[in-house]
Design a binder for this molecule. Structure first.
Ligand SMILES: Cc1cc2nc3c(=O)[nH]c(=O)nc-3n(C[C@H](O)[C@H](O)[C@H](O)COP(=O)(O)O)c2cc1C
Length: 181
């Protein structure tokens, strides 16, 4: 494969990865779920400590409860056939936010490569209500140990909406600096 076609293939994936929040009812095939698990486990971590955990959820009732983790921006989980809860361990790793963020985007890119759509739902630093954090709600719902922390939920499935791909000629070139700010 030529360098140009290799570049084009990955850029094409990145161009087409837009957040999808509507999904068909089609289940994600077992082979695809397994490859998403492999992708998560290969995501890089500080010092390769791997202080993360992933909960794959396909049970509709649990997905509905998970969608109630925060008042805004989480309802889409209820309509997804699959959601992955990305969990870190702040006591074990001072790079847990970075590690879990990388794993979240790796899951999204692998989902895209598998023909699935996905959306990141932020849990860390978000409120469930005036007294409970979304993190605490999620940990209680799923039996996650108290000392862990939930960074995100990546909802995914076959998309039931289309989104415009990024136009390479419209990217914010002014954000790119060379040799200094
Ligand atoms: C750190 C982070 C947190 C996000 N949290 C949410 C969220 O809670 N709910 C949601 O619907 N989308 C969430 N998103 C998706 C963004 O809204 C989305 O990426 C953004 O609007 C750009 O759209 P695009 O992904 O199609 O480029 C989040 C994305 C990131 C990177």
């Amino acid at each position: 494969m030529s360098i140009i076609s290799t570049i084009m293939e990955f850029i094409h994936l990145l161009q087409n990865r837009r957040s999808k929040r509507k999904f068909t009812t089609q289940k994600v095939e077992t082979e695809k779920v397994e490859s998403l698990m492999q992708a998560a486990l290969m995501s890089p971590t500080g010092k390769r400590k791997n202080h993360w955990d992933f909960i794959f959820i396909e049970t509709p009732e649990t997905l509905v409860k998970l969608s109630e983790c925060k008042p805004h921006g989480a309802k889409l989980i209820a309509g997804a056939p699959l959601a992955v809860v990305v969990i870190g361990d702040p006591q074990q790793s001072d790079t847990w936010v970075e590690d879990c963020s990388i794993a979240s985007i790796i899951l999204q890119l692998q989902a895209e490569a598998l023909g699935l759509g996905s959306c990141w739902v932020q849990i860390h630093n978000r409120e469930h209500d005036s007294t409970t954090m979304a993190d605490t709600y999620t940990k209680t719902l799923l039996g996650i140990p108290e000392e862990k922390a939930v960074l995100s939920v990546v909802a995914m499935g076959y998309p039931d909406e289309t989104k415009k791909a990024f136009d390479l000629s419209e990217l914010m070139q002014e954000k790119i600096h060379r040799e200094g700010f």
